[in-house]
Design a protein. Structure first.
Length: 80
C-alpha cells in the first residue's frame, strides 16, 4: 500500500540554480497531524551521485527560516 501525504499541494517542481550542480527543487505543502508543513526537497547530482537536501518547517515559519535553509545549502559538500 502506498503512503500518501495528507493535504498534499504542489507549489512547484523546477530546475534549480544551485552552485555548479545539476539540481531541481520540489516544493510542496502537506498536513500531518501536527499542522501544515512546507517542504523544499532539492535533488542534487554531484560526482555521479544523487543527493537530496530536504527542508521541512511549519508553513507559518517558512519565510523566517529561509535564511537557515540557504546556510545549510551553502555548506553542502558531496563526498565522492
Amino acid at each position: 500500500m502506498a503512503e500518501r501525504l495528507d493535504g498534499y499541494e504542489r507549489i512547484s517542481i523546477e530546475a534549480a540554480d544551485y552552485r555548479d550542480f545539476d539540481a531541481a527543487d520540489w516544493e510542496f505543502t502537506w498536513e500531518p497531524s501536527r499542522g501544515n508543513l512546507r517542504v523544499l526537497n532539492r535533488a542534487v547530482v554531484a560526482d555521479d551521485q544523487a543527493f537530496a537536501l530536504y527542508w521541512s518547517v511549519p508553513e507559518e515559519e517558512w519565510d523566517d527560516s529561509r535564511a537557515v535553509l540557504e546556510d545549510i545549502a551553502a555548506s553542502f559538500q558531496p563526498k565522492g
